[in-house]
Design a protein. Sequence first.
Length: 113
Amino acid sequence: MIVTKTLSETPVMENAHNIDARNLYDKNEALITIITLKPGQSLKRHITPVDVAFFVIEGKGICEIGKEKVTVGKNTLVESPKDIVHCWYNESGEDLIFMVVKAPKPDKKTVFV
């Protein structure tokens, strides 16, 4: 059986960042979330207990990993190792939409700094 899910049908989940975040895939093996940051929005700096891959779908944003920051745009993948502070900032005038892939799905909570 083929399972499909559209972003518009997926509810925004309650989250500590107070942003539009939607879990498209949520299994023990992996978690895939689509995040939309409006102009001027950012995530809170945090640490995740698993490796994370970010893929920018639309827009341009600043990704902070550890002490480094890089501006990335559409069709760009950014890797973030586990247990390192990371964050995203949208300082542009357009929405920033990116996919977050965590594999395996974390069994510990995210730590905010």
